[in-house]
Design a protein around this ligand. Sequence first.
Ligand code: ZN
Length: 134
Amino acid sequence: MEYDDMLDRAMEETPEIDGTSERFEVPDPDVRQEGNATVYENFQSTCSRLGREDDHVMKFLQNDLGTSGHIDESGRARLTGEFDADRIAASIDDYVDEFVLCSECGLPDTQLEREQGALLLRCEACGARSATSE
Ligand SMILES: [Zn+2]
């Protein structure tokens, strides 16, 4: 796997990574109310930062907030109901803890993999694989 080789090389060139020293930076949600919907303006760039599919993050947000929603044609998330930026940020934090950060080393260099119907988080940095709740 070429991609893995590249990552291995990148890791070797990176001196002394301490998994606990640096908190993974997630963009603050930029949200506004529109009628009875909450529009999450920087949803798409946040998903890119997380390296995760928009649809997967959206599904998590809907479950976590207990509401319905969709991604509009501009890539914004539209959620039914009123949610402030702090509430959205808390949900994204939960998503990151579960689906982005490695539970072993705490680094965000992970991939989601489906194996026999279960969604696993595989860490490129330390090789750990952990089950997610999905
Ligand atoms: Zn790890």
